[in-house]
Ligand binder design. Structure first.
Ligand SMILES: NC(=O)c1ccc[n+]([C@@H]2O[C@H](COP(=O)([O-])OP(=O)(O)OC[C@H]3O[C@@H](n4cnc5c(N)ncnc54)[C@H](O)[C@@H]3O)[C@@H](O)[C@H]2O)c1
Length: 260
């Protein structure tokens, strides 16, 4: 494993589980001093041990005072921040539009969009003073194509992609890059293998994604190899977003084609 982040400080929000945990572990393997954030303190502590992170901080990213306390602590301990991954999100937000209410809307937008704004704002001030830094925002295919019964979630992710582009422009003059990652159907929730195989059939690549499938592409966007990439949305979804019709409708056996 290369050590591309030696002496770099990386903060990953919502890293107590799932994609964030895999991303945090990959940064740590590559030599970074990783700070794991999660709403749930026990999860954050356990994840920090699993990922060999330097520090865990329990905080709700949708609460400004908790976000400020978290960034003050990072500032005090390290005096710098090189990468922020805005990964915290509520993936259990499904409600039909006719069932939604104000509290639901505020909760989902509060974590998924305002949380990313609050963390980015603190991080960007630190990074602009350093004249270097990378902010990565976890989006979703829902930003581009709607999930049924997920209006608040999809609106929050549409906001994430618009915010990514706007932040990229504002921060480029100060050496700070901002990009988004667009995961597909990633198996981070409890489902049976049978169910996973069934869901995997709608993916052109034939399977659900794993959190580890996201780790490499996310880390790549923070490396020097990505130094000229800003304002981009990197889709990591096994082909889901580019397909018009479901797999069985137009996938043919190889034997149908002439041999050349
Ligand atoms: N799993 C997927 O299929 C998928 C697809 C597209 C996008 N995403 C996005 O990827 C990100 C991670 O998703 P996941 O599947 O790993 O989710 P997950 O539920 O496995 O992990 C999310 C973590 O965020 C934490 N969290 C929730 N609210 C928080 C808050 N207010 N402050 C701090 N931490 C909080 C949770 O405790 C949890 O540990 C999310 O932004 C999600 O929207 C996931």
């Amino acid at each position: 494993m290369q050590k591309r982040f030696e002496d770099h400080v990386v903060l990953v929000t919502g890293a107590g589980h799932g994609i964030g945990l895999a991303v945090a572990a990959r940064f740590a393997e590559e030599g970074a001093r990783v700070v794991i954030n999660d709403l749930d303190p026990a999860r954050a502590g356990q994840a920090a041990r699993t990922a060999r992170a330097d520090l865990s901080i329990a905080a709700d990213v949708s609460d400004k005072s908790q976000v400020d306390a978290m960034f003050d602590r990072v500032e005090e301990k390290y005096g710098r921040l090189d990468v922020l991954v805005n990964n915290a999100g509520n993936i259990y937000a499904a409600r039909h539009f006719l069932e939604g209410d104000e509290q639901w809307w505020d909760q989902v937008l509060g974590v998924n969009l305002k949380g990313a704004y609050l963390c980015s704002h603190r991080a960007a001030h630190r990074m602009a003073r350093q004249r270097s830094g990378v902010i990565l925002n976890m989006s979703s295919g829902g930003a581009t194509r709607a999930h049924r019964g997920n209006v608040a979630y999809d609106a929050s992710k549409g906001g994430i992609e618009a915010m990514t582009r706007a932040m990229a422009l504002d921060l480029a003059p100060y050496g700070v890059r901002v990009n988004a990652i667009v995961p597909g159907l990633i198996r981070t929730y409890d489902i049976s293998d049978e169910d996973a195989a069934l869901r995997g059939e709608v993916v052109p690549m034939g399977r659900l994604g794993t959190p580890e499938d996201l780790a490499g592409p996310t880390v790549f966007l923070a490396t020097d190899d990505a130094r000229y990439i800003t304002g981009a949305c990197l889709v990591v979804d096994g082909g889901v977003l580019v397909q018009q019709r479901s797999v069985p409708l137009d996938t043919f056996p190889l034997s149908r084609f002439p041999r050349i």
